[in-house]
Design a binder for this molecule. Structure first.
Ligand code: LLP
Length: 421
């Protein structure tokens, strides 16, 4: 469920007509709903009620300061994967003890930054990383709290580019070697082993792969405890999928996911952490664009928008489907027609959809890409020297620009000319 609905024939974000924002901000722009963000966070939080838990939002999905502040205000922790994300989380007021640090390639500088600034735990992904973190912590006279990410060799049944839990993926240590690696970690004085971490992929639309992975984690918890490790925290990663189309069968709900966690892991008495990103931000954001031209091609019509692949890369990168809807609701009964929906960037990959059935559209019309809140703005670039798209946050009848559109001068002036030129 989201808060982007038609009222009086115009698509609204909560109580604000999106045409009003388009007028004020120009197109294209991303727009997020506070009510949807909050609702989705609460769904997870409530799904784990009664268990000691923390929902750490995977801020890679959408990391604007205003979004982080909205979620932090509800009690969210953050899952960060870089020094930049750590800095963003702290700048949004998230205390170190609510930040977990994930990722396969943490650098010494990033480790130092988090150890000094405060960290809930590092999710360590390899033996070399373990050795470096130990050394950095000892240099600082500290002990780094860690979980070790295990790779359970489970097929997440999602797009290959976003599956992470198979043995051929670069993530985590093979679960079969976990006892050996935990023993090594326990012998390092700069590390404090507190738990286990697992994350098998993103946009999972079934619970079965989660169940398989979590059963392996439950078993490993008992084995490691028997080996003398004080396993008290389980980080279960993110990955629960969202409905990208209205017609498709809906993926499992956070309540069902929470019930699964309780059933498979509840008896262990561990603190539970989860790292959802997409399900919190995905359907809480849309991308609004304007039709520049309608061009007739050989046997097809192209809808050329002012948004492009640099603004929303998911269709080009993962063949992802995003519903596209007109901002002004079509007259009931009007016949839809197929369009190839494209952007102005100079490559054929700049195609959002082929043969998409839409009501007839004309130059100047506004359209919205649904489900664009996660992995949308954060994956955008200035390719073709197109300014990064502004972000707007709606709250009831209010809206605010939470990241402005850079001017051409601002973009150009980030470059510097060497003295010999
Ligand atoms: N935790 C870890 C360790 C992760 O690697 C990820 C996502 C998450 C949590 C959050 O997963 P989520 O709940 O959002 O599924 N750019 C791709 C998605 C990449 C996901 C990377 N890792 C896309 O647009 O589909």
């Amino acid at each position: 469920m989201d808060h982007f609905l038609y009222h009086n024939g115009v698509l609204h974000a909560e109580d604000v007509p999106l045409s009003e924002i388009a007028e004020a901000v120009g197109t294209p722009f991303y727009c997020y709903s506070t009510a949807t963000l909050s609702r989705h966070f609460r769904l997870f939080d409530e799904a784990l009620a009664g268990m000691d838990h923390l929902v750490c939002y995977a801020m890679k999905a959408a990391s604007n300061q205003a979004i982080l502040k909205t979620l932090a205000g509800l009690g969210a922790g953050m899952d960060v994967v870089s020094g930049g994300e750590y800095a963003r989380a702290r700048a949004a007021g998230v205390p170190g003890e609510r930040i977990v640090f994930s990722g396969v390639g943490k650098t010494r500088d990033e480790m130092r930054m988090a150890l000094i600034g405060g960290i809930r735990q590092f999710n360590v992904e390899s033996e070399p990383e373990m050795a470096v973190l130990n050394a950095v912590a000892l240099e600082l006279g500290l002990r780094a709290p860690i979980t070790i990410r295990v790779n359970p060799d489970v097929d997440a049944k999602t797009h290959a580019k976003i599956a992470t839990g198979k043995s051929e993926n670069k993530f985590g240590i093979p679960i079969a070697r976990a006892r050996e690696v935990y023993a090594q970690a326990a012998a390092l004085p700069g590390l404090e082993v507190i738990g286990i971490d697992v994350h098998i992929g993103s946009q999972l639309t079934e619970l079965a792969p989660f169940r398989l992975a979590y059963e392996k984690v439950a078993e490993l918890t008992q084995v490691l405890r028997a080996d003398g490790h004080d396993i008290r925290r389980l980080d279960l990663g993110g990955g629960l999928g969202i409905p990208y189309t209205r017609s498709n069968e809906a993926p499992p709900l956070p309540t069902e996911y929470g019930a699964l966690i309780r059933e498979v892991l509840g008896h262990l008495g561990c603190e539970i952490e989860i790292e959802p990103g997409r399900l919190i931000a995905g359907n809480a954001g849309i991308l609004v664009a304007r039709v520049i031209y309608v061009k007739s091609g050989e046997g097809r019509d192209f809808l050329i928008l002012d948004a492009a692949m640099n603004d929303l890369i998911r269709p080009a990168m993962y063949d992802a489907h995003h519903d596209i809807v007109p901002l002004h609701e079509a007259t009931p009964g009007v016949e839809q027609r197929p369009y190839d929906v494209v952007g102005p960037v100079c490559e054929s990959g700049d195609t959002f959809a082929k043969g998409r059935m839409l009501p007839p559209l004309a130059e100047g019309d506004l359209v919205a890409f649904r489900s664009a809140g996660a992995y949308g703005a954060v994956m955008s670039s200035e390719y073709n020297t197109r300014p990064l798209v502004p972000e707007v946050l709606v709250h009831g009848r209010d809206f605010a620009v939470i990241r402005g559109r850079p001017t051409f001068d601002e973009m150009i002036n980030r470059d510097t000319i060497p003295e010999w030129l």
